[in-house]
Design a protein around this ligand. Sequence first.
Ligand SMILES: C[S@@+](CC[C@H](N)C(=O)[O-])C[C@H]1O[C@@H](n2cnc3c(N)ncnc32)[C@H](O)[C@@H]1O
Length: 210
Amino acid sequence: MRVRNIPGVEGLLLEYSFFVSNPCSYINKWNDYFNNDNKIHIELGIGKGKFITTLARQNKDINYIGIEKSKELLYKVAKEVEGKGFNNLCLTNFNGEIINEVFGEEEIERIYLNFSDPWPKKRHEKRRLTHGDFLKKYHAILKKGGEIHFKTDSLELFEFSLIQLKNSNYIIKSVSYDLYKDTVNNVSTEYEEKFVKQGKRINKYVAIKP
Ligand SMILES: C[S@@+](CC[C@H](N)C(=O)[O-])C[C@H]1O[C@@H](n2cnc3c(N)ncnc32)[C@H](O)[C@@H]1O
C-alpha cells in the first residue's frame, strides 16, 4: 500500500494516548499497559485499520494491539480512532521482524494476518509474514492454544503459507478456499472488500499452537 510521506508524522502520532511509541519497553508487561488480565489479540499490518477497530468495538473484554510498519497509515487510523473511547485498543509502529523484542513468551492469545503483502518473487519469500521464520517467532509469543488467523486473496501465497504451516509446530484448525461460502461470521478488511468486489475468492486458515 503506497501512502504519501507526511512531514513530522512521528510527532503527530505522539499526540495520541493510544499510540505506543516505545513498544519494546512493554515486553512481558502488555497486560499492565491495559491495566487488566484480559486476553491480548494483535493484528500485524493493520493497513487502514477497519478490521481491528471493528473487533475492538465488538469485544470490550479483549485487548487489541494494532501493528503497522507505515507511520503514515498508522496516523490515518489514529485520526479515526480518536475520541471513540476505546480502552481496549492501542496502535504501534514497528516491523514484524522484531516481534519477539516487543512481546514476551506466551504473552499473546491470537495473531491476525490479513491480506499480508504477497511478495511474489521467490527471492523475497522470507519477507512473507507467513514464512516459517515468522511462524517460529509467532510460536514463541503465542500462549498454548493460541491461534493464528490468516486471510488472503492470493492462492499462491495461501498454498505457500499452508506448506510453511505443515512444516512448523502448529495444528491446522480450519482451512477455507472460499471464506464467503464457508463462513457467515466474518469481519472484513479494506483490502478484502476491494477483492470481494472484484469477484475474488478469499482464503483463510486458522492454526493453533499446541
Ligand atoms: C496489503 S496491506 C493489507 C492491509 C490490511 N490488513 C487489509 O487487509 O486491508 C499489508 C499491510 O501490512 C503492512 N506490513 C507489511 N509488512 C509488514 C511488516 N513486516 N510489519 C508490519 N507491517 C507490515 C503494510 O504496511 C500494509 O499496510
